[in-house]
Ligand binder design. Structure first.
Ligand code: R5P
Length: 264
């Protein structure tokens, strides 16, 4: 890894404890105005002080994040299919490395679709993006997207997808939590962060997911809906921080959530 690439990665995964709380807010790139993310600036602004990095598209960076907000950007650079299409796996690189550098992104992110119709294209996208990232000094986050096939969310499938992502040169990988998650971690030689997935029933459920993932070896979370679809988003991101950075138990973190007053 070059110095610049390492430096950018350390803006996201904190060198002090090797962990990260990334705020995912890129959902609009295929879902449009997702519930509670209809006005990205309004959703994200109160959360940015608690995020180690934010994962967004260039459209959201330009329109909804103050350039003075000193939050590292993980720039979503793949896309090309919407939720209206049966096949979500038909993605290409939609934002250039030059644009990522211009936006002062700390990393770029793309989805790979292992086992899906466009598996091949998405993996070739990853290989090319890693080459460009190495040239520019930008780390690449591979997202093991499972699209509409969420039934594939087990250690065997996710272990396969994460390992392939690392073999293609991804500098870190985002995946989903599952039973036997430690097996996914063991067989992936680069850092893993977990998505939250669809909103869980309770705040405690989401805190437990983050806790279990960290216990099993994840380096952090890249969480969206379970934070900003909560009735207390600031409380939730603070609770997640307590789990990820302070090793709080889910019950201790729930007290942190409750301690932060929800905005009226
Ligand atoms: C999905 O591909 C998007 O990249 C989201 O960033 C991802 O799903 C994480 O958000 P959530 O925690 O809402 O699942």
């Amino acid at each position: 890894m070059t110095w610049g690439l390492q430096n950018r990665l350390s803006r996201i995964i904190r060198p002090t404890d090797g962990h990260t709380v990334m705020l995912a807010a890129d959902h609009g790139y295929f879902l449009g105005p997702t519930h509670k993310l209809e006005i990205p600036r309004k959703t994200m602004e109160p959360l940015l002080p608690y995020a180690d990095a934010v994962m967004v598209t260039r459209g959201v960076v330009r329109t909804s994040i103050d350039p003075g907000a000193n939050v590292p950007i993980v720039l979503r650079v793949s896309g090309g299919a919407s939720v209206l299409n049966e096949d979500l796996s038909n993605e290409k690189i939609t934002t250039s490395m030059k644009e990522a550098v211009r936006l002062n992104a700390s990393a770029v992110a793309l989805s790979i679709f292992v086992g899906a119709a466009h598996e091949h294209d998405s993996l070739v996208n990853l290989g090319k993006l890693v080459d460009e990232g190495e040239d520019a000094g930008l780390p690449v986050l591979a997202v093991t997207a499972v699209g509409k096939e969420l039934e594939k969310r087990d250690a065997r499938y996710l272990g396969l997808a994460c390992r392939i992502a690392s073999e293609f040169g991804a500098h870190f990988v985002k995946t989903y939590y599952c039973d036997d998650f430690s097996k996914v971690v063991e067989s992936c030689p680069v850092p893993l962060v977990v998505a939250g997935g669809p909103k869980l029933d309770t705040e405690l459920d989401a805190l437990e997911l983050a806790y279990d993932a960290i216990q099993d070896g994840a380096k952090g979370v890249d969480m969206g809906r379970n934070i900003w679809q909560s009735t207390n988003p600031v409380g939730m991101i603070r609770g997640i921080r307590a789990v990820v950075h302070e090793r709080a138990t889910p019950k201790e973190a729930l007290e942190v959530v409750k301690g932060a007053k929800p905005k009226k």
